[in-house]
Design a protein around this ligand. Structure first.
Ligand SMILES: Nc1nc2c(ncn2[C@@H]2O[C@H](COP(=O)(O)OP(=O)(O)O)[C@@H](O)[C@H]2O)c(=O)[nH]1
Ligand SMILES: [Mg+2]
Length: 174
């Protein structure tokens, strides 16, 4: 049984969380890690940009946000349903840094719920050439955010940071 589910079960009645970020950031791998407690190789499927995991007390929606046409239609879903957002960034991909930033800003500006909790994961921390956390905080203007947020350095490959990140997140729902 997943440790995430155990964390939620002991603390909340029901929660909907949304995991979003660019394609290839590692969202599905993180989801699998949360389910199984280990790294599982994923096979990206073209055209599929949405998955949902239904567990007792917990629903997790996963969205790939890369400027696709139905991008805006997703916000209704996310705003209506989500108690919290997990935004995943591939910190080893400098080429897509600006794209990730744009999508992050759109995500934030679309939020209607002031009580929303945002967990930001700087994923692929096991890679040798990664963007510094302090640079992310500055470039993504996190200090100006009107929401409760936290940034964690994670690796869905080694498991680094994942437990602490989701422990923080789940504790915010108490
Ligand atoms: N090195 C490394 N690779 C990762 C990590 N997380 C995911 N990946 C790899 O990145 C690729 C995309 O992952 P996936 O979970 O499908 O991304 P998604 O499109 O955001 O769902 C896969 O080859 C994963 O094995 C990580 O923390 N470190
Ligand atoms: Mg995926």
């Amino acid at each position: 049984m997943s440790f995430l589910l155990n964390l939620f079960r002991s603390r909340t009645k029901h929660a909907d969380i949304t995991i979003c970020g660019l394609d290839d950031a590692g969202k599905t791998t993180i989801l699998k890690f949360l389910e199984t407690g280990e790294f599982v190789e994923t096979t990206p499927t073209m055209g599929v940009n949405r998955e949902t995991l239904h567990l007792p007390n917990l629903q997790i929606n996963v969205f790939d946000l890369a400027g696709q046409e139905d991008f805006r239609n997703m916000w209704h879903n996310i705003n209506e349903k989500s108690d919290g957002i997990v935004f995943v960034i591939d910190r080893s991909n400098i080429m897509r840094f600006d794209e990730a930033k744009d999508v992050f800003e759109q995500t934030i500006h679309a939020q209607l719920d002031q009580d929303l909790i945002i967990l930001i994961l700087l994923n692929k921390s096991d890679e040798s050439d990664v963007i510094e956390k302090s640079l992310f905080i500055e470039e993504f203007k996190l200090l100006d955010l009107p929401f409760k947020w936290a940034v964690f350095e994670t690796s869905a490959k080694t498991g680094e940071g994942i437990f602490n990140a989701f422990k923080w997140f789940v504790d915010e729902f108490v």
